[in-house]
Design a protein around this ligand. Structure first.
Ligand code: SF4
Length: 361
């Protein structure tokens, strides 16, 4: 792609570009608001800009780089989008409508270099890091698909960086995307409404602790001891649990009163869901004095992964042990399982069900 991707620019960068064309600064504000606030995807629609400027912009720059390849609609209303980048790599995004808010799960990489054994994305390997603009575009495309370009969204939007990829291996682009999205003239999704999940890149957890305008932190744990965790999440060999807990402790010290972070614990039947695992998990959190909440996520089965979700009874027994140890926990309800849109199921697959044309579009 040789054209400048305007969606990738912070307001100050856009301003530099616009003034380099000999245009007044305020034009940058108009363009930023058109791309991020009104979510317009073509220069023709920006009728508040002079015609020759629009022509120049469309000559030199681009707004949309992601091409929608297919979309899938779940029986629970969840939508999964499979996009292709300009260099033909898959990017997946999930839109989850809820009564009082929408949640969009975005990807930070195409594929993923980590080899978590319970996750289908791992099978793609790393294709490449996404740019900030490609991260922001996922949100714009999902909102436009749900509500139409230029239409105000009826509910607030929460974002979770839990799609394909390890966000902390693409840290700079991620944080820049967060800054672009928080702008009041743009999407205006503040960092407080964003949660980013890491498999445990300890140095970046520390870097996040000292980052201004940072999103909330979630850490995928999946096991309470090194032996099992290294088996399920090989990144544990690089940053074992003791190092991860030390980074969490440092992160905790940076939290404001009332703020917390989360551990995600995928529950794999017969693998990490015994009473003993629950006791080990509670011991780990309490021993390190962490005020974290634990999200229990029954595994979302996906061929050919060899796991099954823990039964409801098992999840309840596991919870009871965490409750008794005073650890706040929550069971995450799966969304979009039937279209491979749930946690751990993203692998750019188009062989599940039929792509669905969404009525009215
Ligand atoms: S769980 Fe996350 S970090 Fe692990 S392989 Fe899947 S996408 Fe990558």
């Amino acid at each position: 792609m040789t054209k400048l991707h305007l969606t990738d620019l912070l307001p100050a960068e856009l301003s530099d570009y616009v003034t380099s064309l000999g245009e007044p600064k305020y034009r940058a504000g108009q363009i930023f608001a058109a791309i991020h606030g009104r979510r317009l995807t073509s220069f023709d629609e920006m009728t508040d800009l002079p015609r020759d400027l629009r022509a120049q912009l469309s000559d030199q720059t681009t707004i949309s780089t992601l091409r929608l390849e297919s979309r899938y609609l779940s029986s629970d209303g969840t939508r999964r989008y499979l996009f292709k980048t300009h260099d033909n790599l898959p990017v997946e995004t999930v839109f989850i409508p809820e009564e009082r808010r929408d949640t969009i799960c975005f990807s930070s990489q195409s594929g993923c270099p980590l080899q978590c054994t319970f996750c289908l994305t791992a099978q793609l390997g790393l294709l490449r890091n996404l740019t900030s603009g490609e991260i922001v575009e996922q949100i714009i495309c999902a909102l436009n698909d749900a509500y139409g370009a230029g239409v105000e969204t009826p509910r607030g939007t929460n974002l979770v960086g839990m799609g394909a990829g390890e966000p902390f291996l693409n840290f700079e682009a991620l944080i820049k995307a967060v800054r672009i999205m928080k702008e009041p003239a743009g999407l205006h999704i503040v960092p407080n409404r964003i949660t980013v999940s890491t498999a445990g890149v300890a140095p970046k957890i520390r870097e996040l602790a000292s980052t201004e305008d940072r999103p909330h932190l979630a850490i995928s744990l999946a096991a309470p001891n090194d032996e099992l965790r290294s088996e399920l999440m090989p990144i544990n060999k690089k940053w074992p649990i003791a190092e991860l807990m030390a980074a969490c402790k440092d992160f905790q010290a940076s939290l404001k009163r009332g703020e917390r972070f989360t551990f995600e614990y995928v529950m794999l039947s017969g693998v990490n869901d015994s009473d003993d695992h629950a006791r080990q998990l509670a011991g780990l959190i309490n021993r390190h004095g962490l005020r974290a909440k634990i999200n229990l996520i029954p595994h979302n089965p996906a061929e050919p992964l060899p796991y099954q979700p823990s039964s409801l009874e098992r999840v309840e027994a596991f919870r009871a042990i965490l409750d008794a140890a005073g650890i706040d926990n929550f069971v995450r309800r799966p969304r979009g399982r039937d279209i491979l849109a749930a946690c751990g199921q993203l692998a750019a697959r188009s062989d599940v069900g039929q792509p669905v044309l969404i009525p009215g579009q």
